[in-house]
Design a protein around this ligand. Structure first.
Ligand SMILES: Nc1ncnc2c1ncn2[C@@H]1O[C@H](COP(=O)(O)OP(=O)(O)OP(=O)(O)O)[C@@H](O)[C@H]1O
Length: 247
């Protein structure tokens, strides 16, 4: 499988103080990569760096990210975020109906007929396992969905613009086990078409769904590799300690 995102010696700083250092990682296409590590180690910062959505005062102070052969610095930020979507912890549905949410990005990005937009919306809702749950009622208010359904609506909404990479920042942190497993199944399905990077505090979740796992500590990558290898035979003491006590 090929490398879709090649992260080369990335450093991110606030004022002169680095919060990410020497991050070098290949992200494999059509795979799930989990990023784990203690609170404050820089996981969310890494995700935001990947799709150019880092907010001041944080800024990239060294290194390069190559997306599909192109440096992300040279890409139009909107185009970059369309191709590499970021889905946060809390679902943030827009006011209005499910349909309003689903056609929002399509109205903005694509010159499609309204019938095409609706067909795409339905297709993405089906992919997220939501269309049958709402009995096809796209006029229902998005805010009337349960937390887990709202999270899946946010995922379905981001699918409408056909991102190639989807970054998830603890997508299950506010969900119960049933909804978490639903999201896990969805991510596993999505990797046939997309590439997934997920930040999670749930080590069992990483082990269940990720092909690759990255362990970070204090702004650095301590160790990464195939998930089974990281969990069953970690090479670094810091990783061993985190897996034993920190998760
Ligand atoms: N806007 C900011 N101003 C100052 N420091 C910040 C800011 N945002 C993040 N940091 C610091 O940068 C470091 C990395 O933060 P980040 O949110 O990326 O960590 P994380 O691993 O995602 O944490 P968590 O697991 O708790 O969500 C932390 O030390 C954090 O305190």
């Amino acid at each position: 499988m090929s490398i879709i995102l090649d992260i080369k010696d990335i450093e991110v700083s606030i004022d002169e103080h680095p919060i990410l250092q020497h991050i070098t990682l290949p992200i494999t296409e059509h795979a799930i990569t989990a990023v784990i590590g203690p609170s404050g180690c820089g996981k969310s910062t890494l995700l935001a760096t990947l799709n150019g959505s880092l907010q001041a005062p944080k800024k990239v102070t060294n290194g390069q990210i190559i997306y599909d052969g192109l440096s992300v610095d040279s890409m139009d930020p909107q185009m970059l975020r369309r191709q590499i979507g970021l889905i946060g912890q809390q679902p943030t549905v827009f006011p209005g109906t499910i349909e309003d949410n689903m056609v929002f990005a399509l109205n903005y990005y694509k010159e499609l007929s309204s019938a095409d937009r609706k067909a795409k919306a339905i297709q993405c809702l089906e992919q997220a396992g939501l269309y049958s749950e709402i009995n096809g009622d796209m006029k229902r208010l998005a805010s009337s969905l349960s937390g887990g359904q709202q999270q899946r609506l946010c995922i379905a909404r981001s699918l409408t613009v056909d991102p190639r990479v989807m970054l998830f920042d603890e997508p299950c942190s506010a969900l119960d086990i049933k909804n978490s497993l639903h999201i896990e199944a969805l991510l596993t399905e999505l990797k046939a078409k997309q590439t997934i990077v997920i930040v999670t505090h749930n080590l069992q979740q990483a082990r269940r769904i990720a092909d690759y796992t990255v362990f970070m500590n204090e702004g650095r990558v301590v160790e990464w590799g195939p998930t089974e290898q990281i969990f069953s035979d970690p090479q670094q003491e810091l990783t061993r300690d985190y897996l034993a006590f920190g998760g």
